[in-house]
Design a protein around this ligand. Structure first.
Ligand SMILES: Cc1cc2nc3c(=O)[nH]c(=O)nc-3n(C[C@H](O)[C@H](O)[C@H](O)COP(=O)(O)O)c2cc1C
Length: 216
């Protein structure tokens, strides 16, 4: 059964762009076939705890001898990793919060990135290698090449590093910028661009879902 793991992390339950775009992706994914499934994890409505113990960053064989992480935290981590391993495609709604990912999404990353288990370390473990990860990035402002804010977006790069470099997944990024243009008067002259980017993001999400849902 082709399974999509659908994560959202926006704290905006009314007008979130990333939620709207991931929802379009998930709808298109389900339309690819009656056997297509979606596992949903809303990291804002049901936030994960912070990582309970630094030892959980490592598999048991790489932990210090005195390490004794709480059993319930270890069980939760196992569940999250199994959920990820069960996904043929990962979909991540990733708003830009204070120039990085929301802390709810960071907590998920902290649980699933385990060197030596989900990423190479002392052995070449990379069980998610090659599987697609579609990141939907929504940003209030713009971070264009050559502009003063170029390089200020630290949200997409950390997802690229953890999911792409460490876990070896095939990361695709769909971006919608200037989302604050609708509400912030100083950005009002950017509304056309913002609307065009949002439309393009919806189109890209539906195209990616059809492509990834009908291959493999
Ligand atoms: C806590 C918080 C921090 C934010 N920080 C930034 C920021 O650093 N840069 C930016 O461009 N927009 C920032 N924004 C605006 C959001 O990126 C923007 O509203 C985006 O559309 C959020 O995604 P969403 O529409 O899926 O909720 C912030 C919004 C919130 C709520």
């Amino acid at each position: 059964m082709p399974t999509l793991l659908h994560l959202d992390s926006s704290a905006d339950l009314a007008t979130s762009r990333s939620r709207a775009v991931t929802a379009a992706f998930a709808e298109e994914w389900l339309a690819c076939g009656t056997d297509h499934a979606v596992v949903r994890r809303d990291l804002h409505r049901d936030p994960l705890p912070h990582l309970a113990d630094a030892a959980l960053h490592w598999p048991p064989r790489l932990r210090p001898p005195e390490a004794a992480p709480p059993a319930d935290a270890e069980a939760l981590q196992r569940q999250l990793i199994e959920e990820l391993l069960g996904a043929d495609v990962l979909l991540v709604g990733a708003p830009l919060y204070n120039y990085t990912v929301p802390s709810t999404l960071k907590a998920w990353l902290d649980h699933v990135h385990v060197p030596g288990l989900t990423a190479p370390f002392d052995q070449p473990a990379q069980p998610m290698a090659g599987r697609p990860a579609v990141v939907v990035s929504s940003r209030g402002a713009s971070y264009d090449a050559g502009s003063p804010t170029e390089g200020w977006d630290h949200g997409v790069p950390v997802l690229d590093l953890v999911l792409g470099q460490a876990l070896g997944m095939a990361v695709e990024v769909i971006t919608t910028s200037l989302t604050l243009a609708e509400t912030v008067p100083a950005l009002a002259d950017q509304r056309d661009r913002a609307r065009q980017e949002l439309d393009a993001a919806h189109g890209a999400a539906r195209e990616a879902a059809r492509r990834l849902g009908t291959t493999g």
